[in-house]
Design a protein around this ligand. Sequence first.
Ligand code: FES
Ligand code: FES
Length: 173
Amino acid sequence: MTNRQHKLPVNVVVNGVRHEVHVDPRLALVDFLREDLELTGTNVGCRTGDCGACTVSVDGDVVKSCLSLAVSADGSEIRTIEGFAGEGEELSPIQTAFWNEFGFQCGYCLPGMLFCTEELLDENPDPNEAEIRHAIDGNLCRCTGYHGIVRSVKAAASARPCASRCAPAPAPE
Ligand code: FES
Ligand code: FES
């Protein structure tokens, strides 16, 4: 029996590129991304779901890829940090805010912080500090630079196109 007969097909679109591969059914999504697709921007920290270093987006949901199997992503659209900025953009507005506000030091936690910021701002365009800290509390920064990260999320919110926070006041009756 060849090795391939033990493997299962996975068909995914990652950062806009389709991949059809056969993988070991026990392979974690993070290892699939890093080793099979060589997308090493997704980091490995704890492998227990505690640090957030392995965070990616799967079909628009923020996912810790150390806790998912590659085969469970079959048919999904995945974004990693390599695809965080849109096509033709060097940095997205959220990344620019983190850059300007010193929201990272070593950058190890950065993918998780950025994906959680994006999810937060999609749901709540004008979060207060408690809401920001709650949104990123599944991501550990070993550099303990949380003040800069919180400042960066606030800057990212301010830089976003007007949404509900800029909605016109209701007309007087
Ligand atoms: S490596 Fe996945 S949460 Fe830490
Ligand atoms: S910037 Fe170093 S772990 Fe967060």
